[in-house]
Design a protein around this ligand. Sequence first.
Ligand code: GLN
Length: 278
Amino acid sequence: MAGATRRLTDAGVDSPRVDAELLLASVLGVSRGRLLTLLVVPDDVAVRFGALLDQRADRVPLQHLTGRAPFRYLELAVGPGVFVPRPETEQLAGWAVQQLAGLAAPVVVDLGAGSGALALSIAHEHPGARVTAVERDPGAIEWTRHNAADRAVAGDTPVQVLPGDMTDPQLLRGLDGSVDLVVSNPPYVPDGARVPREVADHDPPLALWGGPDGLDVVRGLLVTAARLLRAGGLLGIEHADQQGSSLPALVRAHGSYTEVEDHPDLAGRPRFTTARRA
Ligand code: GLN
């Protein structure tokens, strides 16, 4: 494990030891904790582990190599074509679930659902919710559908998956004025910003880039959410570290929202903005 860790360290991987352990655990089909009880690694396992280390050293995301991404209580299938859900998005999901407390059958829309992390977590943690997951990327929506089907088989209330663009004025017209909660982790990275190779080369561009200030898609999202939400309905949007003032300012300037607040992630960085439809 020391050699594997050194390989990944030399390749510039952020958490080399943990990644090496998770890759070996995934080859063996055991939990990372079980590795402690492992005395010898069979040759065929060593060969498969070596191949995965090569790819990780070439900065293929860990989650593409294991095929799974943990998110709150779920484990989602991920791979080429879909944005890997990040731990810092879990707070937005938690906020969303808290807001639904006491509502028996709230109507929820996730705009730009990707793997389905937000939509499927909400459906899992608030079983009465009627959740629609919207995704515009034809490659990504295959993963949304796959994960939604898996969760339905596991017994969660089915989530409706809909191809669509969150800035489209015709999107979900039938729900106008009736939605209790809109959540989104939209593409918000400013064009030209430096991102790690794992992100630049493997996350779908449509999930990342948001124009010169990163807020181009968000501007359209605010219009769509204002149309969909009922009076008093809630909006939660993730944003970049540098958008902790600019995104709330944009929401206030829109004119349809009150109670605009910004929230930090667990690392203390500004991470998501919430507001209420006036
Ligand atoms: N947080 C992501 C990253 O740093 C970007 C996510 C997004 O644009 N929604 O790569």
